[in-house]
Design a protein around this ligand. Structure first.
Ligand SMILES: NC(=O)c1ccc[n+]([C@@H]2O[C@H](COP(=O)([O-])OP(=O)(O)OC[C@H]3O[C@@H](n4cnc5c(N)ncnc54)[C@H](OP(=O)(O)O)[C@@H]3O)[C@@H](O)[C@H]2O)c1
Length: 430
């Protein structure tokens, strides 16, 4: 380590990397005070050396060679903002093997190969921090991991994808269809050219896996997470939700049920009074229910260069302080090996929209089908007449497997022409 300052090797200088670099330059004095030494960007690895960067760094710092940046003698701490699996994984493992702490924003890597990274870091006794990987600028990982280290967390419910929250807000407040709201999100730069990862819930599922691993201290990977996106949510569902006093949100829910961990991402109706119902536009928020601490809420910008850069710099300070003063942050906290509950065994309340024949006795047949599968109906009303007749139903809390069996059975009733929508209702009955 240099005598006078801590040297940063920055891998990637795109949205997150440039945000972190600008923030480090702007807050150099504060960071130096917090760390006990100045912190300096020494090398930057990028793919395209000719690209104009949104940060004022000397051109001589840039290189193509990720591995050379990690290995450089004047680089003490590696900040990985490339994303994806490779070369990020190899670079992080190389840094750890060299005893260099790592700060990363990489949810894809952590939600799939987090165990490999954190095990290597524990073996070597180096820090790996990843605040920016989940909910961007919102402090969540270190509060969950460190501030709540002695807390039993019961459930974490999050709005962790800004693109889908923006789309659902426009559908709710602007009366738009899903595709109109997606087009607006694209026009405003909130949606990527290929929006699949956001609208189909893959991005939220990766974050949910990391949240669950940290909150319940047991490894959950992205493939364990039940996932549904929002592309099937219609404006009509949102209209009925509003009439029922609910707001539709894409939720990431992680909870511990009888010693097992249940993690799911899907659109859900939330009571308007729930704190997450008022989280609008591209904002993120995470609602944590702890056994002793009670309810906590974290709110802010879940993406973007400045918010995410701020989270990265916070992690740099934590890791750099350990280089200067000794010690190490909490390593891997997945101490337990809890079962991951399959979706069939989870429970929820459900909203259903059925197209039905407008005939006497239809409601009785439908109600019997629910009863036969042990799903109890809380409310039902008929919308429209004749060809347009629809039943809007909300159930009491029941098992997912029973609800699925009910939906299958409803589909084969002659009086039900279509099960139009099924959405879960959260935050009401325990
Ligand atoms: N965007 C957000 O708001 C946000 C929020 C939270 C977390 N994250 C996470 O942060 C990470 C980075 O995301 P981002 O949005 O900043 O991505 P980005 O804008 O695409 O930036 C990626 C950077 O990595 C560089 N790069 C890519 N492949 C490389 C290679 N093989 N060798 C060297 N450099 C390479 C790129 O170089 P060029 O510039 O030359 O192409 C670019 O500078 C991802 O893990 C993402 O999930 C992003």
């Amino acid at each position: 380590m240099g005598e006078r300052s801590i040297g940063i090797g920055l891998l990637g200088c795109g949205i997150v990397g440039s945000g972190a670099a600008r923030h480090l330059l702007r807050e150099a004095e504060t960071v130096a005070r917090a760390v006990g030494k100045p912190v300096e960007i020494r090398r930057v690895a990028v793919r395209n050396l000719a690209k104009k960067r949104d940060v004022d760094l000397d051109q001589s710092l840039y290189t193509h060679d990720v591995s050379e940046v990690v290995a450089a003698g004047d680089v003490d701490l590696v900040v990985e903002c490339i994303g994806g699996i490779e070369p990020a994984r190899s670079a992080i493992l190389q840094a750890i093997a060299a005893g260099k702490p790592v700060v990363t924003a990489n949810k894809e890597l952590l939600s799939t190969l987090g165990a490999e990274i954190l095990r290597a870091a524990d073996d070597k006794g180096v820090d790996v921090y990843f605040e920016a990987a989940v909910a961007g600028g919102i402090p969540l990982m270190r509060p969950l991991k460190e501030s709540l280290a002695g807390e039993t967390i019961k459930r974490v419910t999050g709005i962790v994808n800004g693109t889908t929250n923006f789309i659902l807000t426009r559908m709710t407040e602007g009366g738009m269809s899903f595709s109109e709201a997606l087009a607006e999100a694209e026009r405003l730069g909130y949606a990527e050219e290929d929006p699949t990862a956001d609208v189909e819930g893959f991005d939220a599922a990766a974050k949910a896996a990391i949240i669950a691993s940290v909150a319940f201290r047991s490894r959950v990977v992205a493939g364990d997470v039940y996932r549904e996106g929002i592309s099937h949510v219609t404006h009509r569902d949102i209209e009925f939700a509003q009439r029922l006093g609910y707001t539709v949100k894409l939720l990431a829910i992680a909870e511990e049920i009888d010693g097992a961990v249940a993690v799911r991402v899907h659109p859900a109706m939330l009571p308007n009074a729930h704190p997450l119902a008022s989280v609008r536009d591209s904002f993120n928020a995470v609602f944590v229910e702890g056994e002793t601490v009670g309810d906590l809420m974290f709110y802010g910008r879940g993406a973007g260069s400045d918010p995410t850069g701020s989270a990265v710099v916070g992690d740099i300070v934590a890791a750099a302080r350990h280089l200067v003063h000794g010690g190490r942050g909490l390593g891997c906290t997945c101490y337990f090996d809890k079962r991951v509950l399959p979706i069939d065994e989870m429970e929820a309340q459900y909203y259903l929209l059925l197209s039905v024949q407008d005939l006497p006795g239809v409601l009785a047949q439908v109600a019997t089908t629910f009863g036969d599968h042990d799903v109890s109906i809380r409310s039902v009303w008929q919308e429209g007449y004749g060809d347009q007749a629809q039943l809007v139903m909300v159930t009491h809390r029941g098992k997912e497997a029973n609800l699925q069996a009910t939906v299958d059975a409803l589909g084969s009733l002659e009086v039900v022409s279509k099960v139009v929508s099924v959405l879960r209702v959260e935050g009401e009955e325990e």
